[in-house]
Write a protein that binds this ligand. Structure first.
Ligand SMILES: Nc1ncnc2c1ncn2[C@@H]1O[C@H](COP(=O)(O)OP(=O)(O)OP(=O)(O)O)[C@@H](O)[C@H]1O
Ligand SMILES: [Mg+2]
Length: 381
């Protein structure tokens, strides 16, 4: 609706990080980091901090399944990177005492790939399908049937002689995770009994996560230091834990081994995480939006190209935080900077700058006609 970003932009961008993807406050994680994260992952539902509503809903689903001695309904988790989807999937299996099988949308290129997984599931097994929105279409259709009837139709032969042989599979629980729930086809979404919407965490919740992690790392963390780190973690546990590890390094190498407020501040400055948690990609986006496009509106793909990133990275990694913090608005005509963005970068908006809500409400008429960038800079997606 906004522009062309409703389709995936290419192969899994996580494997092909752009210039900013590994910055200190990217909410995405590389392979090395995912290994480190394992150590800090909560293993049980009551160790999982925050997301009160999701936790309560989930414990109801799990308790009831345990009571009936049946596999629970299929569960979909939607939410941005680093908010705890994988963690919750593992907790679900652990709470059920069931084995967990992990695969992901990009790994399923043909329906045969999915059939191979489904037909080898044990009864009650939890199948975690990460990035479920990236699964191949024919596999999606196979999944509908498997979810509903615990059956896969294996097609044998080709052309007019092809026959579908129904194959029964063991009752299992599918746990799907997606950063883009809107991209799932409705028939797939409808087959989940329950969708957990993962939200950003409050500063107080992040502080609790940080203290828990510091305990696991075995390095003392001062209260005020935890508050400082939490405030710059963009509501995301992954970022909080990552910043914590950097502060720990600093404390151990240059300090006295204690994560104090001073150590935390020095570390965050070193890694260019500003007081509001903006990193280089965020600032690059705002900078381009303000200086080159005079505050917008500008289409997502144009904006992404201008900062040398994939549109999906800009949309999934940077924008949710920029929007939530009030720096940027998504309008039907493109991305628009808010007065807060101009102020944060210390710039003065031109008199005809379009501002978020105002631009959206007017719907038209603010194409920066007088500006040097008047044409081609914006508006038309
Ligand atoms: N509620 C929580 N309490 C404590 N730690 C958490 C919580 N949620 C996430 N974490 C920590 O944050 C890290 C990232 O979480 P996780 O891998 O589950 O995110 P994700 O949503 O699966 O991200 P992605 O979309 O990139 O796969 C983990 O190391 C985990 O320890
Ligand atoms: Mg994950």
């Amino acid at each position: 609706m906004y522009d062309d970003h409703d389709r995936p932009t290419g192969p899994a961008d996580r494997d092909l990080p752009g210039p900013y993807a590994r910055e200190a406050v990217s909410s995405e994680a590389g392979a090395d980091e995912r290994r480190l994260e394992g150590a800090l992952r909560p293993r049980a539902l009551d160790e999982f901090v925050g997301q009160e509503r999701v936790r309560e809903q989930l414990s109801l689903v799990l308790d009831s399944a345990r009571k009936r001695n049946r596999a629970p309904d299929h569960i979909l988790m939607s939410g941005g990177p680093g908010l705890g989807k994988t963690t919750l999937a593992m907790i679900i299996a652990a709470e059920l005492g069931s084995p967990l099988r992990i695969t992901s949308g990009p790994a399923i290129e043909r329906s045969g790939d999915l059939a191979a997984v489904l037909s080898t599931l044990q009864e009650g097994e939890v199948l975690f399908l990460d990035e479920i929105h990236r699964m191949a279409r024919p596999a999606e259709e196979m999944l509908y049937v498997a979810m509903e009837d615990f059956r896969v139709d294996v097609v044998v032969g080709k052309g007019p002689g092809a026959t579908a042989i129904p194959l029964e599979i063991a009752p299992f629980t599918l746990v799907g995770a997606t950063t883009r729930a809107g991209m799932l086809p409705a028939p797939l979404r409808d087959r989940f009994g329950f969708t957990a919407h993962m939200d950003f965490y409050s500063a107080e919740e992040l502080e609790r996560i940080l203290h828990r992690s510091a305990g696991l790392l075995g390095v003392p963390l001062a209260e005020d230091a935890a508050r400082e780190i939490a405030g710059r973690s963009r509501g995301t546990p992954r970022i909080a834990n990552r910043l914590l590890r950097r502060v720990r390094d600093y404390a151990e190498v240059r300090g006295d081994g204690i994560m104090s407020l001073d150590t935390a501040r020095a570390t965050l400055e070193l890694y260019e995480v500003d007081a509001l948690g903006l990193d280089r990609l965020d600032r690059a986006i705002l900078d381009v939006l303000l200086r080159r496009f005079r505050g917008g509106p500008v289409g997502l793909s144009t904006l992404a190209v201008s900062v040398g990133e994939e549109a999906e990275t800009v949309e999934v990694v940077a924008e949710p935080f920029l929007v939530r913090s009030g720096f940027l608005a998504r309008t039907p005509r493109g991305r628009v900077a808010t007065p807060l963005a101009w102020a944060h970068l210390g710039l003065t908006p031109p008199p005809d700058a379009a501002f978020g809500a105002a631009a959206a409400a007017q719907g038209g008429g603010t194409t920066g006609s007088g500006g040097t960038n008047g044409n081609g800079s914006s508006g038309t997606p």
